[in-house]
Design a protein around this ligand. Structure first.
Ligand SMILES: CC(C)(COP(=O)(O)OP(=O)(O)OC[C@H]1O[C@@H](n2cnc3c(N)ncnc32)[C@H](O)[C@@H]1OP(=O)(O)O)[C@@H](O)C(=O)NCCC(=O)NCCS
Length: 169
């Protein structure tokens, strides 16, 4: 299985948007993306990568086909206590056709290596709703340990409960 992370280009936007299903909207984005909004998001990721700050994200290619998305964000403080250092938050999705083949586990492993190699942080975090069993399994399979449960919001703004999982890199 050949899984790679690559920067996202404007021409990847249609495949990226086509890979968004109801599960992605429910658990991650809160709404379907437009092509223009997606290209603007890719531009922000490229600018952040160039500047070495903020959220940095990649497409996940499986055998040369765009199969998902993963990003890392050192600035997310959701669920942390005031003096607590921020772990680097990881977010991800896998397109429906590619699910169930350990693509997410591979992508999380690759973004953890990226975070470490680029000295973005020493601890990674996955924030996940307890009912999102697939993502909870990804976190546990990748070796993340449960840290705490905290009140938060769904991507659409409604109240939710999240679990914070952490991994020392
Ligand atoms: C969560 C998601 C990324 C998993 O992607 P995936 O490539 O199918 O996951 P993997 O194949 O790497 O599976 C990892 C583990 O999850 C388990 N799993 C996958 N889908 C599952 C499901 N629907 N229900 C229960 N377990 C599931 C696998 O069996 C595997 O566990 P194991 O190694 O103990 O057998 C994908 O379902 C998705 O994109 N969901 C929508 C977006 C989302 O929820 N993002 C995360 C927000 S926190």
């Amino acid at each position: 299985m050949d899984v790679e992370l690559r920067p996202l280009r404007h021409e990847d936007a249609p495949a990226h948007c086509a890979g968004e299903d109801d599960a992605t909207v429910r658990w991650l984005t809160g709404g379907h993306g437009t092509l223009a909004g997606t290209r603007a998001h890719f531009d922000r990721l490229a600018a952040n990568a160039g500047a070495g700050r903020g959220k940095r994200g990649f497409g996940v290619w499986w055998d040369d086909r765009l199969a998902g998305y993963v990003d890392c964000d050192p600035d997310n403080r959701d669920g942390l206590r005031p003096a607590e250092p921020a772990p680097v938050n990881l977010s991800y999705c896998v397109h429906p056709w590619a699910r169930g083949h350990r693509v997410a586990v591979a992508a999380v492993g690759l973004i953890c290596s990226y975070v470490k190699e680029h000295a973005i942080g020493e601890v990674a975090a996955i924030r996940v709703e307890p009912a999102n069993t697939a993502s909870v399994r990804v976190a546990r399979r990748c070796g993340f340990r449960h840290r705490r449960r905290y009140p938060a919001s769904h991507p659409d703004g409604s109240p939710a409960t999240f679990d914070l999982y952490l991994l020392d890199l």
